[in-house]
Design a protein around this ligand. Structure first.
Ligand SMILES: Nc1ncnc2c1ncn2[C@@H]1O[C@H](COP(=O)(O)OP(=O)(O)O)[C@@H](O)[C@H]1O
Ligand SMILES: [Mg+2]
Length: 296
C-alpha cells in the first residue's frame, strides 16, 4: 500500500486575501494549483504546559476522508508540513460567490429560541432546524442526524453550532448545506504515543473512551449526550433512520486502508486508530444498527 503524498506547504504561495476564525490554532490561506486552501496548524494540548502540539492535523485529514466514504460531503484535505509542523490544508469551499454562515448565525435569527446561537441544548437546536427558512426542513434534519451518527463513530467532542453550517449566495438567493468541516476533534487528537500504548494494552481504558468520553458537545437538560447510550436508547425515527443509513455505508476495510496510507502517521498511531475504530463500530454503531432495524 502506498502512502498518500505529504506536501511541503512552504512551497506554495500564501493568499493574503483569505483569513479564517476558530479558536484551535493558527490558519492562513494558501494556493495549491490555483485552488484556495485554508492551511490549519495543529492545536496545542490544553492540559499540558504550552508548545505540546496535538495530532489534530492527522485526525482532521483522516476523519474528513472517512466521512467522504459514508455518503456525506466533507471538505477535501491534504496533509503536509509547514516548517517543523504537520499541518492540514482544507480546500476552501467559499467559491462562486457562496459564503459560509455557520448554524450559530442561523440559530441566532430564531426569535423564540431559548438560547443564543451557540446554545447547545439539543431541543433548542432541533427547534431552530424546524423554524429556519433557508433549507428544506427534512433535508436539514436528515443531514443533522447523519452528521451526529458520524461524529459518534469518530468520537467528535466539538461539533458545536459554529462547526457546521451553510453556504449562502446572496446574489443568487441560494443556500445549501456546507461540506462538513472542522473534524479536528475526532479520533482522540490529544493523545501522546505513550498514552496510545497504555490504552492499547488496557481494556478498561479502551471502554472508558467508548462509554464515558468523548461525548457530544450537545446537551440534554444541561448534560452532555453520551454517544453510545443515546444511539442505543433513542426512539426518534429521524435518529433511527440516520443510524441505518450511515451504518449501511461503513466499510471498515476501506477505513483501515485510509488510516494505513496516511503520510507521517506513526505505527503506534495506526494501530491505535485501527483498534479504536473497530471498537467504536462494535460497541456503539453496530448495536445501534441492530436495534434500529428491529424498531423500524
Ligand atoms: N474548508 C473551509 N473553507 C472555508 N472556510 C472554512 C473551511 N473550514 C473552516 N472554515 C472557516 O474557518 C473557521 C475555522 O476553521 P475550523 O476548522 O473550525 O478551526 P478551529 O478548529 O480553530 O475551530 C471555521 O469556523 C469556518 O468559518
Ligand atoms: Mg471550528
Amino acid at each position: 500500500m502506498e502512502n498518500r503524498d505529504l506536501y511541503n506547504f512552504n512551497d506554495y504561495k500564501r493568499n493574503p486575501m483569505k483569513y479564517y476564525g476558530g479558536a484551535n490554532g493558527s490558519k492562513f490561506g494558501i494556493i495549491i494549483n490555483n485552488v484556495n486552501y485554508m492551511l490549519k496548524f495543529p492545536s496545542k494540548n490544553k492540559r499540558e504546559y504550552k508548545k505540546i502540539y496535538t495530532n489534530s492535523s492527522i485526525c482532521e485529514d483522516i476523519s474528513c476522508r472517512i466521512i467522504n466514504t459514508l455518503g456525506l460531503n466533507a471538505q477535501e484535505t491534504l496533509l503536509g508540513t509547514y516548517g517543523d509542523k504537520i499541518t492540514v490544508a482544507c480546500k476552501d469551499f467559499e467559491v462562486d460567490g457562496y459564503i459560509l454562515k455557520d448554524f450559530a448565525h442561523l440559530k441566532n435569527s430564531i426569535i423564540d429560541s431559548e438560547e443564543s446561537g451557540y446554545g447547545k441544548e439539543l431541543d433548542d437546536v432541533l427547534h431552530a432546524i424546524r423554524e429556519q427558512q433557508i433549507i428544506d426542513e427534512k433535508l436539514l434534519i436528515n443531514f443533522f442526524w447523519e452528521m451526529f451518527v458520524v461524529d459518534a463513530f469518530l468520537g467528535n467532542f466539538d461539533r458545536h453550532n459554529g462547526n457546521w453550517g451553510f453556504l449562502i449566495n446572496e446574489n443568487k438567493s441560494d443556500a445549501k448545506i456546507a461540506p462538513i468541516y472542522d473534524c479536528a476533534s475526532c479520533l482522540y487528537p490529544a493523545l501522546s504515543e505513550q498514552g496510545m500504548i497504555e490504552i492499547i494494552n488496557d481494556r478498561s481504558e479502551i471502554e472508558q473512551r467508548i462509554y464515558s468520553f468523548p461525548s457530544s458537545s450537545l446537551l440534554i437538560e444541561g448534560v452532555k449526550i453520551q454517544y453510545a447510550n443515546f444511539l442505543q436508547t433513542t426512539t426518534s425515527k429521524d435518529v433511527l433512520d440516520a443510524i441505518i443509513k450511515i451504518g449501511s455505508q461503513i466499510n471498515l476495510n476501506h477505513i483501515i486502508k485510509i488510516i494505513y496510507t496516511t503520510p507521517s502517521i506513526t505505527d503506534t498511531h495506526k494501530q491505535f486508530l485501527e483498534l479504536m475504530i473497530n471498537e467504536r463500530y462494535n460497541l456503539i454503531i453496530q448495536p445501534a444498527i441492530k436495534r434500529a432495524k428491529e424498531l423500524i
